[in-house]
Design a protein around this ligand. Structure first.
Ligand SMILES: [Zn+2]
Length: 171
């Protein structure tokens, strides 16, 4: 089943149930892959078990782990209609790095263009699940402030209109 993403969903690694404030800023791709191999066991066409489509390291490095047209396993009800991005770290403890925000902003802009995803459908995991993901210190304001700085003039106008129409809510 080929998927055309209608949503972009943003996550962080976060802590564990036992240690919600665990520092996961060095949580490697291999650790993530291993964890999801055990939890889901669904290998992607790119050879990863990671449940998300993309992983962004603290230094801004972007790794694609699933192709956009493949299912992901990140959020109930959104596994067959979204592309998902996970950031390395626990933003209940720290904040995303400048490099992560740079990579994330560019990726969100390019995915919205590629699949005609409206900006209101760029979602934080916590809006559709009872979690803090992608972390209490990562606000919508922070996300859109960074996206706006990297948007083209045409994209900027669309974003401003979406904010004025309250399609994008800034917490
Ligand atoms: Zn999440």
């Amino acid at each position: 089943m080929k998927i055309k993403p209608e949503f972009v969903i943003i996550h962080h690694i976060g802590g564990s149930d036992a240690y919600p404030l665990a520092d996961t800023s060095k949580f490697t791709l291999e650790q993530l892959d291993n964890e999801h191999k055990n939890r889901f066991g669904v290998i992607s066409s790119l050879g990863y078990y990671v449940a998300y489509n993309y992983y962004i390291l603290q230094d801004g490095t972007l790794i694609q782990t699933r192709s956009d047209d493949e299912r992901d396993m990140d959020a109930l009800g959104y596994n067959f209609n979204s592309t998902s991005i996970c950031l390395q770290g626990n933003f209940d403890l720290t904040e995303p790095t400048e490099q992560q925000l740079d990579t994330l902003s560019k990726l969100v802009l390019s995915k919205c263009e590629e699949y005609s995803i409206s900006y209101e459908d760029v979602i934080f995991h916590r809006y559709i699940a009872n979690k803090t993901c992608p972390g209490a210190n990562f606000t919508k304001k922070m996300l859109w402030y960074n996206i706006i700085r990297r948007a083209s003039f045409r994209q900027l106008l669309k974003i401003i209109i979406a904010i004025l129409k309250k399609e994008i809510t800034l917490e």
